[in-house]
Design a protein around this ligand. Structure first.
Ligand code: SF4
Length: 357
């Protein structure tokens, strides 16, 4: 793992030898306190470890205090354009602020935020987005290659880091995001080689479910395998709860974090005579949204297979599982066929088994 300083965000520590933290962002209007708390509760139940809310106006900045009191994970205020909203969010008790150097304005405004952050012991994330670099207003970028994009992103991040470090402020996290996988990778690699500042990884505007998962997986896998990245956010045009599952599945595949069971299931074919898609989706929905079930099933392999052609073979290497027949299935445990269960009982039987672990 890349050697970084440790930054404290509420009760969490990121960087150093700490595990890669999974975070997301609420998609509600922050001033709608009730809806925001409710969405954050769902995110937290899914395993989200830190959550960001947007603060576009003073009403939202005032709301973060109430939201913070009602939730059980660290809260981050996302600030663009108006530094006063960062200062108000800090006063309201937020655990971290994210500022975008591309639109927060001149040095003096950033300095005011740093003074407040120091007073309240709140870290700052410098969140550089390729699409809002300051230089974009002045130059034609049509001939830029990924390397040039990455170098400009790093340059703007370093300028901002210097302002903070000149004020002896070290509680800094940086993110360098682009909607392009190569630019994001190059920018993070270059920044990682220059500093010991923890990195928040993300691909901005990554797209809807499929493209978002593919881009995020490629970027995170490439960087995390080199030990670059201390916290990740998967951006999806989707319910943010889905981002948590995707983030953990990436970390699980890279063997960096554990997250519930490994549910293996077949794609089905003409031999399948049960509604396997529905069954697997229901099991996943129940297990991954429930902290207790995830904990109980952690590290277990559960096979849910469409028929007996490949099913028993696959299930043999699982801790337990089911193979389909016509409207029923064979329950297999520790490699042995244990009983026959009706299709309608598959989901309950898997959940009952997990509860008993
Ligand atoms: S396990 Fe059976 S239903 Fe599933 S893909 Fe294989 S042959 Fe088809």
């Amino acid at each position: 793992m890349r050697k970084t300083r440790v930054v404290k965000i509420g009760r969490l520590r990121i960087g150093g030898n700490n595990p890669v933290i999974v975070q997301s962002m609420a998609s509600t209007h922050t001033s709608d306190i009730k809806a925001t708390i409710s969405q954050i509760d769902r995110l937290s139940d899914a395993g989200c470890e830190m959550v960001r809310v947007t603060v576009p106006d003073i009403e939202s900045a005032k709301a973060v205090g109430k939201i913070k009191k009602a939730i059980d994970i660290p809260l981050v205020a996302d600030i663009h354009f108006d530094h006063r909203l960062a200062i108000e969010s800090i006063k309201q008790g937020v655990d971290k602020v994210r500022i975008n150097p591309g639109n927060i304005g001149d040095k003096d405004k950033v300095k005011e935020v740093v003074i407040a952050a120091k007073d309240y012991g709140v870290p700052i994330r410098i969140g550089v987005n390729a699409g809002s670099l300051k230089i974009l207003k002045k130059v034609d970028t049509s001939k830029w290659d990924s390397k040039r994009w990455a170098s400009e992103m790093v340059k703007e991040a370093m300028e901002e880091v210097e302002i903070l470090e000149d004020m002896n402020f070290d509680d800094i996290v940086v993110s360098l995001k682009a909607d392009d996988a190569e630019r994001t990778i190059l920018a993070n690699e270059s920044f990682a080689a220059k500093t010991d500042i923890p990195l928040h990884l993300g691909v901005t505007e990554a797209g809807a479910l499929v493209s978002g998962i593919v881009k995020s997986s490629i970027v995170f896998s490439h960087l995390l395998k080199q030990g670059i990245g201390n916290t990740i956010r998967v951006s999806l045009t989707e319910d943010p709860v889905k981002e948590i599952r995707v983030a953990f599945e990436i970390l699980k595949a890279l063997k960096l974090r554990e997250y519930g069971p490994d549910i293996i299931s077949c794609p089905t074919c003409g031999r399948c005579e049960v509604n396997l898609f529905d069954i697997v989706h229901r099991i996943e929905e129940i297990v991954y949204s429930n902290k207790l079930l995830r904990e109980r099933a952690k590290g277990k392999k559960i096979a849910v297979m469409g028929c007996v052609v490949n099913g028993p073979g696959e299930a043999k290497y699982a801790d337990f599982g089911i193979c389909g027949g016509k409207g029923k299935g064979i329950w297999i445990e520790n490699g042995k066929q244990a009983k026959v269960i009706k299709e309608a009982d598959w989901v309950n039987e898997v959940i009952r088994k997990i509860r008993s672990l």
